[in-house]
Design a protein around this ligand. Sequence first.
Ligand code: PMP
Ligand code: GLN
Length: 383
Amino acid sequence: QNALLSATGTTVFTVMSALAVQHGAINLGQGFPDYEGPEEVVRAAAEALLDNRNQYPPLTGVPELRTAVAEANRRFYGLEIDPVSEVVVTSGATEAITACLMAVLDPGDECVLIEPLYDTYLPVVRMLGAIPKLVRLTPPKWELPRAELAAAFGPRTKAILLNSPMNPAGKVFTAAELAFIADLLQRHGAYAVCDEVYEHLTFDGWAHIPLMTLPGMRERCMRIGSAGKTFSLTGWKVGYITADKSLAPNIAKAHQLLTFTTPPNLQRAVAVGLNLQDSYFAGLSTTLQAKRDRLAAGLSALGFGVLPTQGSYFVTADFRPLGFSGDDVAFCRHITEEAKVTAIPVSAFYAPGEGVPNHFARFAFCKADAVLDEALSRLAAWK
Ligand code: PMP
Ligand code: GLN
């Protein structure tokens, strides 16, 4: 048996969702909306299914979607992208992350990862035989430790994996932070895998800036988007990668080995989604911002130390002011069992080790207002 897989636990999202079901808890753990995506997008998928769009599509994606991805790059970020040679469609951002890492990492290469990190990053880097170099951000400020980041880069650095807006921190990297990273990439001749699945979910005027838009970064970045997040359709698992024509062919080969293609009917529908008017994208963040505010205000009123969220589906909250003495894993179990509300322990986003923050819980706010209100009243009753 493969040792790395044997040592990999079941993902915290699955574990906590199962626990939520077992205890009849409201699931504010795993990040998925409890509402549907735009009707025209879902309808387009249904029409494509009935239109017999059900056989293998082209390896890098259906032309409509590749064109829509290129157009979206121009519309939102001013990037000029060739839909034929610079876009690869994958089965979710999860596959895209692996495909991009496969495209650039050889065994023995070093890859810089920033904690807190999404659960697939570290095992995939290790499975490729590459060496992870971890740089840690910590709550409450989630500040980028520039000296440590610079020290993590060396002669064997091949890539960095950057997630902005960041899960679970809700941090949106600033132009200055991105410029610092871009400078390191230039000096070390390294690439960036940019996990930007929450690109359209930013709040309070925080604008997502793709690292790819910075000077010199066009050829060094592999930019990943997800229909799951952008259209509130997380089960669809359609991801899309934008990468320079010098990188895209290797990414396509990785995709060829991983899944080869992605359902064509869903791809056509996602193309319809990416072509929706600006008002759709603005409305998405306005709606989520109101949900963030609803949950954050409620948790604060209960005594939680709620941290600011600039983007993503999540708020993180310090539960120590409530007088709970256990760690975050115990807390998330406890509220699932006792309050019937589920959250995710923030320590799950760190490699085990000294000094991992263990007194924050992550709550997803991509839920109906009534569900958020019910979760808050359950927490109030438990407290
Ligand atoms: N990256 C991050 C940071 C995520 O939070 C998620 C999950 N929502 C993914 C990647 C995976 O996205 P997908 O469902 O498109 O595979
Ligand atoms: N990205 C989602 C989250 O962070 C869950 C994805 C998953 O369940 N693997 O909650």
